[in-house]
Design a protein around this ligand. Structure first.
Ligand code: PLP
Length: 428
């Protein structure tokens, strides 16, 4: 057995976990604790000086959180991970570690709307500037590179879905520019897409979605791919300069191929503070145990629903990479051969009014602003998340008046289709 490499489903249940050393509990307990006793003064000094690993204070680390981190790192094929309070917190800590005021990063325009807001508005307060590029045109990433570029950010399968990004092609651009590629793998999860295998240096997750998978807790994860060389002087000072608060330690020298995860923890998480609660870490860990089963079922159900909708007379178009003939189908076969995920959009011939009527008529689907729940979810972005935009802005954001987004759950697919059938029957 020693040479045997465990498969994905085994790692999803076991990676990082061992029977609790004190109680023998087989499931990782919720360490609902804030702080940890030092063995002696010397032990405390070693922990604070980064000369020993261990628990000090739950804002920086917690034993339940550690198991979650090891598990996600194993599933993504990374060297280490850091779990934090939310997907947005993960993004904040990644960029806090990479950027100085005045620096730039390139991001795909096809991102979750909240990330577009975070990058455009809040990041300005830190002096970090986003430059947008089009994932359908790889040369737009190349053209956006400047001497101030410090990173490239994309989503593997983009929210609101339908788009599979050419990770390897954009990784090449990042390599030529000498910057890390960050991939938000939230919608795919490592079951469908493994960004590090295609050249990503850092992976981020909103664990709120498919990792946790049950719509019951907010969390985020950063995975260090261990591949990026942080040693270039002056480029990434958090990693390449001596840290005064840690006796002059240079993080990339001391921690090698997991220095990025360490930097996010001992600088970003320590100082900015978005810790994950131990209870949420526990719920997300429990969710991950069934990730492979759920993702396969989500994808199979979503494909059947997309096929149903594309043959429906009241539906104008369906954007789902799992459909043969979709413009992203070839990329889906390359990057996500097991399935295209649960989230996609479609357009109603009846436009805005039909969108409003549909979300009113559904009974099994829940009308809410989340994705990645076991339950089927629906939203009409033009009347909700994108309501404040003009029609032109809505269309540019993929949230035109006719657009409906689904996150297809893992209920019986016949029931999901029956619900959409009765809801569509009632609209003009
Ligand atoms: N990334 C993607 C693709 C998302 O869909 C979301 C949330 O919807 C986020 C990041 C942000 O995650 P959180 O809500 O956990 O902060």
């Amino acid at each position: 057995m020693t040479d045997h490499t465990p498969g994905f489903s085994t790692l999803a249940i076991h990676a990082g976990a061992a029977p609790d050393p004190t109680t023998g509990a087989r499931v990782t307990p919720i360490y609902q604790t804030a702080s940890y006793v030092f063995e002696d003064v010397d032990h405390a000094a070693k922990l604070f000086g980064l000369e020993a690993f261990g628990n000090i204070y739950t804002r920086i680390n917690n034993p339940t959180q550690s198991v979650l981190e090891e598990r996600v790192a194993a599933l993504e094929g990374g060297t280490a991970a850091l779990a934090v309070a939310s997907g947005h917190a993960a993004q904040l800590l990644v960029f806090h570690t990479l950027l100085q005021p005045g620096d730039e990063f390139i991001a795909s325009r096809k991102l979750y709307g909240g990330s577009i807001n975070q990058f455009t508005n809040s990041f300005k307060n830190f002096g970090w500037n986003v430059v947008w590029a089009d994932p359908a045109d790889i040369s737009s990433f190349e053209k956006a590179v400047s001497p101030r570029t410090k990173a490239i950010f994309i989503e593997s399968i983009a929210n609101p879905g339908g788009i599979v990004t050419d990770i390897a092609a954009i990784a090449q651009v990042a390599k030529r520019a000498g910057v890390p590629l960050i991939v938000d793998n939230t919608l795919a999860s490592p079951y469908l897409v493994k960004p590090i295998e295609h050249g990503a240096d850092i992976v981020v997750h909103s664990a709120t979605k498919f990792l946790g998978g049950h719509g019951n807790s907010v969390g985020g994860v950063i995975v260090d791919g261990g591949s990026f060389d942080w040693s270039r002087e002056g480029r990434y000072p958090m990693l390449s300069e001596p840290r005064p608060e840690y006796n002059g330690v240079v993080l990339h020298k001391t921690f090698g191929n997991f220095a990025f995860a360490i930097a996010c923890r001992v600088l970003g998480l320590r100082d900015l503070g978005p810790a994950i609660s131990p209870f949420n870490a526990f719920l997300i860990l429990t969710g991950i145990e069934t990730l492979p089963l759920r993702m396969q079922r989500h994808s199979d159900n979503a494909k059947a629903v997309a096929e149903f909708l594309s043959n429906h007379p009241k539906v104008a178009w369906v954007s789902y990479a799992g459909l043969p003939g979709d413009r992203y189908h070839t990329l889906q076969e390359k990057y996500a051969p097991k399935g295209a995920g649960a989230v996609f959009t479609f357009g109603l011939k009846g436009g805005y009014d039909a969108g409003i009527a549909l979300v009113k008529n559904v009974e099994l689907f829940s009308h809410l602003a989340n994705v990645g729940d076991t339950r089927s979810l629906i939203i009409h972005p033009a009347s909700t998340t994108h309501r404040q935009l003009t029609d032109a802005q809505k269309s540019a954001a993929g949230a035109g008046p006719d657009v409906v987004r689904l996150s297809v759950g893992i209920e019986d697919v016949a029931d999901i289709i029956a619900d959409l059938t009765q809801a569509l029957d009632q609209i003009d």
